[in-house]
Design a protein around this ligand. Structure first.
Ligand code: NAP
Ligand code: MG
Length: 497
């Protein structure tokens, strides 16, 4: 592998050799001195060498986070001061939009138009929304039935929180984790995904610049099996918040039982997206394309099982394949790119493997299923892919592919489609396309999913709770629901007699 010429971005961030980790307010190399490479998936070239954290670095970070939680300036800050730090961070994110967007695109591959127009502003927005909560986390007075008692509750932070995130929205996933934890007064050790550590680390610089006290946020890049596992097993970590695959989520939940750490899990999905014949077809087709191909299909909520009413099946399929073949697959930094590369060679192999399995099990490819050639042949690209002739039992209709691959499934009536849509171990999200208001609510109620979108898809807002039913996880992020995940309730009894 050759090291790519430094791209034209404003900060010297990528010049660091290696990019360091953040422990106790200091930027340091790993205790072992080891580094790992992060790649530019658009070219397959090395983008940066990054300090590789393992258990020794995790031990140091946990000690720093504990000290900051118990005795630093952090627990003495007023809620208003905590809120102001988060607001300052949001401003700094906004001021560095161009650089953060470029780093995100270089490291993850996603189109720059989405990194700049979506990932970065939504990250700033997330910190701003949770800044507002710092002054609004209230206890209650309890009317107990024992005479002379004054009984009230306090909502206190949990303590030291370990947070582990995936590579599909590196910056946004960091904000979903950090913002609620910090507004509640916890301290944090964040482990970004090995494929995409850069924006979390640049965010760490902005966190320092905003004035968060040393040790409140520690960022340990490294591998899941070493750094991640050490964080999960550490006896002085009070809670683990994890976003990633269901498989790893189960492992983490098992380990957390050893120390009875609190744990919240945002896991995988195989979300149904249902088009009824009374939908506005132009919007439904556009919505179905966005549901599966946004972010290269590397979205936990991707509408990867597309249920289409048989009476409009041919119409929808031809609209879909036309839309899919019109999408520009290209390098992330090209402003005209609609779909970038997959994040890694490993992810490309995984998606390619599912496409082969689909063909072997008898499904037919309508469009895509192959890699583009030409001047982007070195990147980890896969064309937008549509499968027809799919049965519900096929592997590609059951397992999360996490790539730009949709399976089309015809259906006949409402009860049938709700039953089939719910026949999954997952329950993260679902889409419904119809102009019949009664049907919309009826189906939304019947679907076993943490989020249902009607005549839209992939909408997220810091104020709207998000999370999974069934094996898509436990707990909710965003909205005030997440505050329960980062506080614990203390009941105080005072005898006034
Ligand atoms: P993953 O393999 O589960 O990895 C997620 C994170 O966990 C990474 O930081 C990873 O480190 C770390 N990890 C791996 N093994 C670990 C272990 N034994 N102990 C502790 N940490 C460990 O998932 P992924 O492939 O990166 O991400 C895709 C998955 O995330 C999909 O299933 C997707 O649906 C899900 N996701 C869910 C949501 C949601 O909100 N529900 C949002 C986005 C993505 P490494 O980077 O070193 O592997
Ligand atoms: Mg990378």
């Amino acid at each position: 592998m050759t090291t790519q010429a430094t791209p034209d971005i404003k900060s010297p961030f990528l010049q660091q050799q290696p990019v360091k980790m953040l422990i106790g307010g200091q930027w340091v190399e790993s205790a072992s001195g080891k580094t790992f490479e992060t790649m530019n998936p658009s070219t397959g070239e090395v983008l940066a060498h990054v300090a590789e954290g393992d258990s020794e670095d995790v031990n140091r970070a946990v000690a720093a986070a504990r000290k900051a939680f118990e005795s630093g300036p952090w627990p003495k800050l007023t809620p208003s001061q905590r809120g102001r730090l988060l607001l300052k961070l949001a401003d700094l994110i906004e001021q560095n939009t161009e650089e953060l967007a470029q780093l995100e695109t270089l490291d993850n591959g996603k189109p720059i138009k989405y990194a700049k127009g979506g990932d970065v502003p939504l990250t700033a927005d997330h910190f701003r929304y949770f800044a507002g909560w710092a002054t609004k986390i209230e206890g209650e007075t309890i009317p107990v039935s024992i005479p002379n008692m004054f009984t009230y509750t306090l909502r206190e932070p949990l303590g030291v929180v370990g947070q582990i995130i995936p590579w599909n929205f590196p910056l946004q996933m960091a904000s979903w984790k950090l913002a609620p934890a910090l507004t509640c007064g916890n301290t944090v050790i964040l482990k970004p995904a090995e494929q995409t550590p850069l924006t979390a680390l640049r965010l760490g610089e902005l966190i320092c610049e905003a004035g968060f006290p040393a040790g409140v946020v520690n960022i340990i890049p490294g591998f899941g099996e070493t750094a991640g596992a050490a964080l999960v097993a550490h006896p002085d970590v009070d809670k683990i918040a994890f976003t990633g695959s269901t498989e790893v989520g189960k492992k983490i939940a098992r380990v957390c039982t050893d120390t009875l750490k609190k744990v919240t899990l945002e896991l995988g999905g195989k979300s149904p997206n249902i088009i009824f014949p009374d939908a506005d077809m132009k919007f439904a087709i556009r919505g179905a394309l966005n549901a599966i191909y946004f972010n290269q299909g590397e979205v936990c909520t991707a509408g990867s099982r597309l249920f289409i009413h048989s009476s409009v099946y041919d119409q929808v399929m031809s609209g879909l394949s036309e839309g899919a073949s019109r999408m520009k697959v290209g390098v992330g930094l090209d402003p005209t790119t609609d779909m970038g590369p997959l994040v890694s060679q490993e992810q490309l192999n995984r998606v390619t493997g599912y496409i082969e399995t689909g063909k072997n099990e008898g499904a037919r490819i309508i469009t895509g299923g192959e890699r583009p050639g030409g001047d982007i042949a070195q990147g980890y690209f896969m064309r937008p892919t549509i499968f027809d002739g799919v049965q519900d039992e096929m592997t590609i209709a059951r397992e999360e592919i996490f790539g730009p691959v949709v399976v089309a499934l015809p259906f006949e009536d409402v009860e049938e489609v709700a039953t089939r849509a719910n026949k999954s171990i997952y329950g993260l999200a679902a889409g419904v396309w119809t102009n019949d208001v009664k049907k919309a609510h009826k189906v939304a109620a019947a679907l076993k999913a943490g989020v249902v979108w009607v005549n839209t898809y992939n909408q997220f807002d810091a104020a709207a709770p998000f999370g999974g039913y069934k094996q898509s996880g436990y707990g909710r992020e965003m909205g005030h629901a997440v505050l329960d995940a980062y506080t614990q309730t203390k009941t105080v009894w005072v005898n006034l007699r």
